[in-house]
Structures are given as structure tokens and as C-alpha cells.
Design a protein. Structure first.
Length: 217
């Protein structure tokens, strides 16, 4: 409990910021075999004090367990995103993940390395004609409670541009604290707070409330 409290403290520093948004998500998972799992999710994300939809997407992918605590995953995301001309355009994202987990008593520590490719349909500048690439690192700590069906967690994720003039820098960071509620053996819900700081193309902050419903079939 003390470890979780200490890790929560940095998040409180970011409680008063410029914007606020709400993310709504639903995801489904299905095991095809002992080592192979497929998933499908959809999400709506708002901004400007949750008054506007920034983007909505559907994503599908697969995860394969290489070893007990190491897995690889690939996924594709089709997004309808609000662009600078106040119209919505399609975006395509491809992800490749390498994830490791480490049980530590009642905790589970995980690290996910993600390689992301983004292709835009809205062309505003010459650079938009070409795919952009981002490396992402996510560290997550989950506490597994034994007396009630709620698991608190925290995570931090950094986004690093690749193969561009911004290479070697951080594009944005996310800091999050949340709760996972076990509804049934196959159903759960997550409520989390996310503070996101964007460094590029200019400095901006947003506070996010995220609500997700997850089920396995």
C-alpha cells in the first residue's frame, strides 16, 4: 500500500491543467489456443472539456505468448480523427508489441515496448504524405487484492518520435492511476485518470477520465 501511495504522489502535481476529456471504451478477448489470443476494441475520445469528439476508432489484433512472462502482439487501428480544418478524416495505425511481466508478491510489474506506424489521409504539410513512426515504452504496476474484486494500478507511458527531426526526444508522456473491477469471471470494468502532456508540436496538457468495459468469450 505504501509503494502505491508513493507512486500516486507525482500524479497529484498535475491536477490543475488546461483541458479535460473523457475516453469511452469496450474491448473483447478470445483465446484461440493456450498461447494465442485475439482481441477487438472500440473507443471514443473527447476533448475541450469533453464537449467535442477528438477521435473514434476500432482496433483488432492478436497476442502470442513466447514464454510464461513474455509475449508479442500485433494490431491494426482504423481511426476517424478531427483535423485542423474541423472535419474528420481516416487514419491508419499499425502496432507491434513486445511485453514482459514480473510477479512480485501481490504485485505485477509489466513493461511494454511498442513500435507504432501512423498513416494519415488528411494532408496539410508535405511531411503528412509519409508514414510517421513512434516508439512507446509503458511501465505498469498492478496490485492484486485478495479480499475484494478491485485491483488498483498505475502506469507511465512515453512516446518517442522515430526517423524524423524530433528523433531522440519525447513527444508526449501519459501518467495514469486506475481501478479494475471484476464483475464476473469473464467481465470487468476499468476506471482511470490519465494526465497527458504533449511536448510537440507545442506544449499542451490534458486531464482524462477513462471508462472501459472488457469481456472474454
Amino acid at each position: 500500500s505504501l509503494i502505491i501511495l508513493i507512486l500516486f504522489l507525482p500524479l497529484s502535481v498535475f491536477s490543475q491543467k488546461k483541458d479535460f476529456g473523457i475516453w469511452y471504451g469496450i474491448s473483447a478477448e478470445h483465446k484461440l489456443s493456450k498461447k494465442l489470443e485475439i482481441d477487438l476494441s472500440t473507443n471514443i475520445r473527447t476533448f475541450e472539456n469533453a464537449s467535442k469528439i477528438e477521435e473514434a476508432f476500432i482496433e483488432g489484433g492478436a497476442t502470442y505468448d513466447l514464454y510464461k512472462y513474455l509475449s508479442v502482439a500485433g494490431s491494426y487501428r482504423l481511426t476517424k480523427s478531427l483535423e485542423n480544418n474541423n472535419s474528420y478524416y481516416l487514419r491508419h495505425k499499425y502496432f507491434f508489441d513486445l511485453k514482459g511481466t514480473l510477479p512480485i508478491g501481490d504485485f505485477t510489474l509489466s513493461c511494454r515496448l511498442r513500435y507504432q506506424t501512423l498513416i494519415k489521409n488528411y494532408i496539410q504539410h508535405e511531411v503528412d504524405k509519409y508514414p510517421s513512426y513512434t516508439g512507446r515504452v509503458k511501465l505498469k504496476l498492478v496490485y492484486h487484492t485478495k479480499t475484494f474484486p478491485v485491483n488498483p494500478y498505475i502506469y507511465i507511458e512515453s512516446f518517442c518520435p522515430m526517423f524524423s527531426r524530433y528523433s531522440g526526444t519525447i513527444g508526449k508522456n501519459r501518467y495514469s492511476a486506475g481501478l479494475e473491477f471484476k464483475i464476473t469471471k469473464r467481465q470487468s470494468a476499468e476506471i482511470e485518470y490519465i494526465f497527458q502532456r504533449d511536448y510537440q508540436p507545442h506544449l499542451s496538457d490534458i486531464n482524462i477520465a477513462s471508462v472501459n468495459y472488457n469481456f472474454k468469450f
